[in-house]
Structure formats: structure tokens, C-alpha cells
Design a protein around this ligand. Structure first.
Ligand code: FES
Length: 83
């Protein structure tokens, strides 16, 4: 089973906590042609977990930034200050 990593400075943090989908997995999917949230969901299983998709805004942020300038946010899912 994959280890959870939710530290904000982790280089390969889990963006989708329900399905343990890491930032690098999402980046690869986007680089390889997943141009919409639905395509990312299909390729990675991120965004379709039991919480109902709380990670979707973060995935959208990754997709938007990549489509804008070809880069990804360093920390797409920041933690709350008190968590
Ligand atoms: S955190 Fe991604 S679907 Fe729940």
C-alpha cells in the first residue's frame, strides 16, 4: 500500500488523499495529453474518491497553470495552517 504524504514541502505530495494519487502522477497525465479534469480522473483515479472530489480544485489548478505556462505549482495542495 502506498504511504500517505501530506507534508506541504514534500516534493511528491499526495494531491488526492482518497486514492493516494501523487503530484508526479498527475503531472505525467497532464503532460501526456489529459487536457480536462475528466481525462485526468480516468487516467489516474484522482478526484473520484469517497470524499466526493475535494482535490478537484487543486487538480484544476495544476491543469490551468500547465496550460498557461507549461509549469506546475510546486505545492498544489497546501495544508491549512492549523492542520
Ligand atoms: S481527495 Fe481526491 S477524491 Fe477525495
Amino acid at each position: 500500500m502506498a504511504k500517505r504524504s501530506a507534508r506541504p514541502n514534500s516534493k511528491d505530495q499526495n494531491v488526492c488523499w482518497c486514492n493516494f494519487v501523487k503530484k508526479s502522477t498527475l503531472e505525467e497525465a497532464i503532460k501526456n495529453g489529459a487536457t480536462s479534469l475528466n481525462r485526468i480522473f480516468d487516467r489516474t483515479s484522482a478526484g473520484v474518491g469517497s470524499c466526493g472530489g475535494s482535490c478537484r480544485p487543486y487538480i484544476q489548478r495544476m491543469l490551468d497553470q500547465y496550460q498557461k505556462d507549461g509549469t506546475f505549482p510546486e505545492n498544489p495542495r497546501p495544508l491549512k495552517k492549523n492542520s
